[in-house]
Design a protein around this ligand. Structure first.
Ligand SMILES: NC(=O)c1ccc[n+]([C@@H]2O[C@H](COP(=O)([O-])OP(=O)(O)OC[C@H]3O[C@@H](n4cnc5c(N)ncnc54)[C@H](O)[C@@H]3O)[C@@H](O)[C@H]2O)c1
Ligand SMILES: [Zn+2]
Length: 689
């Protein structure tokens, strides 16, 4: 027993693995060195085999997926070097090289750690203790230059060797191992169309060699690039001023998300970074965009090429939308034709023909993915690709790998298998929710539930700080963002909807929850009280429904609107005229809008809560004390008191309301609209009939 646990500790503390993780984290922290989750690193070293007690040679290599910048020990695959290298003797040749990936499983040491990636062969076969394979923009610029081989000699002398493009795999590993053997002076190589690989006898040496290649390439480009790699400035394509381009982006976003979601719903990301705007404002951008990305990592996330709007920056929103729709049609035809040109009988089925990157001159870039992180990273990769094109065009002519090779990567059986292994998406994956009044109580619980079920959530509340705090508690800005809104103000509502659309590409799921409650008798209710109740709840939900319905109609992706109405929209009691009437107004909006928006596939439903004391700002700010006094109980016992009034004798919690909202928006209730669900633990006087 004790020997086993000693060994486990020894494992975690293995100096070679530790140094590898530190080096990987340093390299991955600087985006100039490699793209997010791109590239991999390895180290060879020894450890005591717990079975024999003898020393055993091992290879630690970054596993499939995962990012160098945040690599941990659990992200490393651990292989027995002797067994991994013995695969050379059974290697059946390049046509069947994919079979070697499954064979890696038979080379694992212990439980093996993370799944070995396709690049494992390169790391294992190269005769150097430490190897880095990276995708730096500067290195790929050389790798995708039409005369990349010649440039490699010019820039690096004989220290770096050119390797012609070959799809990653066992053969590429053999090729690089041979190059290293034949060029003992070399510290690494440029992989045509793809990236770089560097090596060293020590971890420090490998890292220095990697950085030397990356920085030498960058410095060479800096010094030798022609002044305008993207051609002269294009008249009318200069970036719009920030406010204007954000407004135009928000106005176009729903249409663009709809275009990107014809085959399957997508989450969007928008960026108007200088790199994108500069690219789009120069003459060569249509030609270069058409050539597409080159590094396999890039185009797996960006698709072979983007959709580019061919209108100047000041084109009207209307004209832009009309043209984008035309271009979407031809993009899909082109993509289908690309698939048909290259697919063979054993190719995986086409995965959808919509663009993942949409470029709008003067405005910026929209990128798409199955969740916000994927959408954001796709955008980052296209920025990488723009940097690559700038470098390559600055020195030479940008010449990405052939279309047929792109297809072989995109529809690679191994890639398909990876996709098939992905966990099933959560029920609300790809859906963007906007919840008003979500910094507190029921709204907050609803935001939490929708996020837990996979939605991206926009928390909109009067109080920006509280909204942002509530969002941060749900996760990063890939999960939730907080925005300020006064729902009774049309401009503020539009600004919040614009912010939502720029954060996640659009909106699909709207929860009209913002509210407040004044308990006053008719004679005590002032005009101001009446107006406030109606402005926030009746008018507020009307304004939010209106602004978001426009987005949903433009997206053509259906949608859900849920009103948090109240038992009091049905039930009549004293001291409630302003609140109850406003709630009844909201309840009828549900039916009216269900009737009107059904034509667009938008469902409109409501929830009627009652007696939700816990977490409720409404109860905490006077209403609770008032109700408690009316019923003659202590305020802290109000929840229990309400429970005793119910048929089920249960206290209603914010989470119960949140669950009802989720159910109304889930696929299970896809055929239900115009419904109110009471969540009140049973109040006969508020039964719906
Ligand atoms: N708590 C209950 O028992 C109960 C019962 C029936 C219905 N409701 C309804 O549920 C909703 C939420 O109630 P809660 O109990 O969670 O209240 P709460 O006070 O905890 O939360 C309401 C949130 O709405 C926000 N808000 C208020 N005015 C706003 C405005 N003009 N613009 C944007 N945000 C605004 C507040 O800042 C607050 O964060 C309300 O519509 C309420 O009427 C509650
Ligand atoms: Zn690579």
């Amino acid at each position: 027993m004790s020997t086993m646990s000693d060994n486990t500790t020894a494992n975690a503390a293995n100096e070679t693995a530790k140094a590898l993780i530190e080096r990987s984290n340093r390299l991955g922290a600087d985006p100039r060195n490699t793209n997010y989750a791109g590239g991999n690193t390895s180290a060879k070293g020894t450890e005591t085999d717990p079975v024999t007690g003898e020393a055993v040679d091992l290879l630690w290599v970054k596993g499939s997926g995962g990012d160098l910048g945040t690599l941990k020990e659990s992200g490393l695959a651990v292989l027995r070097l002797d067994r991994m290298r013995a695969l050379v003797d059974v290697y059946p040749g390049v046509e069947r090289e994919d079979e070697m990936v499954a064979a890696f499983d038979y080379c694992l040491h212990g439980k093996g750690g993370a799944a070995p990636s396709i690049d494992t062969a390169m790391h294992g076969l190269v005769d150097a203790a430490h190897v880095d394979h990276l995708h730096p923009d500067s290195g790929i610029a050389v790798a995708t230059a039409a005369d990349g081989e010649e440039l490699t000699g010019k820039i690096f002398g004989d220290k770096v060797v050119w390797v012609p493009w070959r799809r990653p795999g066992f053969q590429l590993g053999l090729d690089i191992a041979e190059i290293k053997a034949k060029n003992p002076q070399a510290i690494g190589c440029v992989l045509g169309g793809h990236g770089i690989t560097a090596w060293g006898d020590t971890s420090e040496e490998a890292e220095q060699n990697s950085l030397w290649i990356i920085r030498t390439a960058a410095a060479y480009i800096e010094e030798h690039s022609k002044p305008e790699p993207f051609g002269p400035a294009l008249d009318g394509y200069t970036a719009l001023p920030e406010d204007e381009r954000r407004a135009k982006a928000a106005a176009l976003a729903p249409t663009i998300r709809g275009i990107a979601s014809q085959d399957r719903p997508m989450v969007g990301h928008f960026t108007d970074s200088d790199v994108v705007l500069d690219f789009l404002s120069h003459a060569e951008h249509p030609r270069l965009a058409e050539l597409g990305t080159s590094c396999p990592d890039h185009f797996l996330r960006t698709k072979v090429k983007p959709l580019v709007l061919d209108l100047p920056a000041d084109a009207s929103v209307e004209d832009s939308i009309a043209r984008l729709k035309e271009l979407a049609g031809s993009y899909r035809e082109d993509y289908q034709a690309y698939y048909d040109r290259h697919a063979t009988s054993d190719s995986p089925a086409i995965r959808g023909a919509d663009p993942l990157i949409v470029l709008v001159p003067g405005v910026g870039m929209f990128s798409f993915g199955k969740d916000k992180q994927t959408a954001r990273v796709a955008g980052e990769f296209y920025v990488n690709a723009i940097n690559v094109m700038r470098g390559a065009e600055g020195l030479s002519t940008y010449a990405p790998i052939d279309e047929s090779e792109k297809f072989r990567i995109e529809y690679w059986a191994l890639e398909e298998a990876k996709l098939q292994r992905m966990p099933k998406p959560k029920p609300l994956a790809t859906r963007v929710a906007l919840v008003t009044g979500a910094a507190s109580g029921i709204g907050r619980a609803t935001a939490e539930k929708l996020a837990a079920e996979g939605a991206c959530v926009v928390i909109a509340d009067l109080d920006l700080e509280k909204a942002q705090e509530a969002a941060a508690e749900l996760g990063s800005t890939d999960v939730a963002v907080g925005v300020q809104v006064d729902v009774s103000d049309a401009d503020a509502v539009q600004a919040a909807v614009d912010a939502a659309v720029l954060a996640f590409g659009g909106v699909d799921l709207v929860v009209n929850n913002a509210g407040l409650s004044l308990s006053r008798s008719l004679l005590e209710t002032t005009e101001k009280d009446w107006d406030l109740q109606h402005d926030v709840m009746a008018k507020g939900s009307f304004l939010v429904s209106k602004a978001t319905a426009k987005v949903m109609i433009e997206q053509e992706m259906g949608g859900d609107v849920v009103y948090i109405s109240s038992k009091n929209s049905i039930f009549a009691g004293p001291n409630n005229v302003a609140y109850g009437a406003a709630k009844a107004d909201q309840a009828h909006q549900v039916r009216l809008l269900a009737a009107e928006l059904g034509a667009y596939g938008i469902k409109v439903n409501g929830v009627n809560p009652d007696g939700v004391v816990q977490g409720s700002g409404i109860f905490a700010s006077g209403w609770g004390a008032n109700r408690a006094a009316v019923y003659g109980v202590e305020e802290k016992d109000l929840g229990k008191f309400y429970a005793q009034r119910t048929i089920l004798k249960r206290e209603v919690l914010p989470a119960n309301i949140a669950n009802a909202v989720f159910v109304l928006c889930s696929a299970e209730l896809s055929h239900t609209t115009g419904l109110h669900i009471p969540v009140d633990a049973g109040v006969a006087a508020a039964f719906l009939r």
